[in-house]
Design a binder for this molecule. Sequence first.
Ligand code: MLT
Length: 418
Amino acid sequence: MKINENYLNLSNNYLFADIAKRVKAFKAESPMADVISLGIGDVTQPLVPAVVEALHKAADEMSMAAGFRGYGPEQGYDFLRDAIVEHDFHARGIDIETDEIFVSDGAKSDTGNFQELLSADCVVAVTDPVYPVYVDSNLMAGRHIVKLPCTAENQFAPALPKKRVDVIYLCYPNNPTGTVLTKDQLKKWVDYALAVDALIFYDAAYEAFIQHDDIPHSIYEIPGAKQCAVEFHSYSKTAGFTGVRCGYTVVPEEVILKSKHGNEVVLNSLWNRRQCTKFNGTSYLSQRAAEAIYTPEGSAQIRQVIDYYMDNARVMREELTDMGFIVYGGEDAPYLWVHTPSLTPSPGLTPNPSPVGEGDFADEGSSWAFFDWMLRSAHVVCTPGAGFGPSGEGYVRLTAFGTHENTERALRRIARKL
Ligand code: MLT
C-alpha cells in the first residue's frame, strides 16, 4: 500500500487548525484569560430574519410527504441558480446563464476541488501571501507552484509571471491582505490569460464587502474573461453562512481546454461530470436560505450586517493607525493587513515567557512572534502573515467579523499593551 507522497510536501497543519491548536494550548495554560478572536474569518452575527424564515419554511416543507425532497440536482436547484444569474450577474450587465452556475457547499470545497480537472504537470501561479487552500490542494496533486509576491512596494497587486504559467489563482477583494484590484489591473490578467492560453481561478468570496463603485465584483466585468476564467462565490461571509454552508461556482460554456491529443474539451461539461460523480448537491434547506438573500427584504438585511462588519473594519483601521501601525486593506474587504514592525513594544512590555511561535518579539519582523505577543499580552487572536506565505512575514491579518463590543475591547487591550 503506497500513500500519495505529495501529501508529505504539505506543512504539518492547516493554518487555521494550527492557530486553533495554539489558542487551545494557551487557554489550557491560562483558563481565566478571556480570549477574543480576530483570527479566522468566521462571522459572529446571527442569520438575518429572511434567511431564518426560509429555513423554517423549507424544514416545514420537508416534514410533509408533498414537500419532502431527497437528492437534489448536483448542479443546484434552478430557483437558486436563476436568482444568482439575475441578481449577481444580469443586474450588473454580465451575461451568464443558469447552466453555467454550479451550487456547492461553499467556496473552500470548490477552490480546493477544481484543480482536479487539470493535468498534474500544469504550472500554477498563486499570489503570495495567499489563502492556503489553493496551495495545499495543488501540492496534493503534485503540481509546481509559482509565487507572485504581493508587497507594500507593489501595492499588493501581483506582477505578471516572468515565465508562462497554466493557471492563476486570484482572490479579490483579497484574503488575506484586504486589498482590491481595479478593473485595469484585473484586465491585465485577463489579457495575459487570453494571450498565453492560461486559466484564471477567480475567488470572489468577499465581493459583497466592496464599498467603492469602480472596483469589479466579478471578473466577468472584464471583456474576454468568459473565455478564460472560472469564478468562485460564497455565502459564508456575505450572509453569515459559515455554518449553513452554501456557495457557487461559475464555469462559462466558453472556457475550452485542450486534451493532450489536441481535442477541445468544454470545461463546464467536465466540471458537471465531476460533480455528478462526487457530489450529491447542497442541502435543500441551505439553498432555500441562500435564495432568501436575493429578496428585497433579505438583501436589505444582509447589507446591514455587511455594514456592521465594515464599521468594525473602519474603527480598526482608524484606531490601529492612531496607535502607530501601518494598516492596509479593510476599506473594501473585511480583513486588515497590519505591518508588525511598524511598532516596537514599549520597554515596559512583559517579555514573552514562552513564545508559542518562532523567535520572540525582539525579532520584530516575525509575524508568529507578534501573534504570540498578541495572544499572551492582549489575549487577542490574529493570523500571522507568514502562515499565508513568505511575503506575509512582517504582517498579521485581523478580521472585522467580531462583534462591535469585542472589536473595541480588543483594540483597547492592544493599545494598553503597547
Ligand atoms: C479565513 O479566515 O481565511 C477564512 O475564514 C477561511 C475560509 O473561508 O475557509
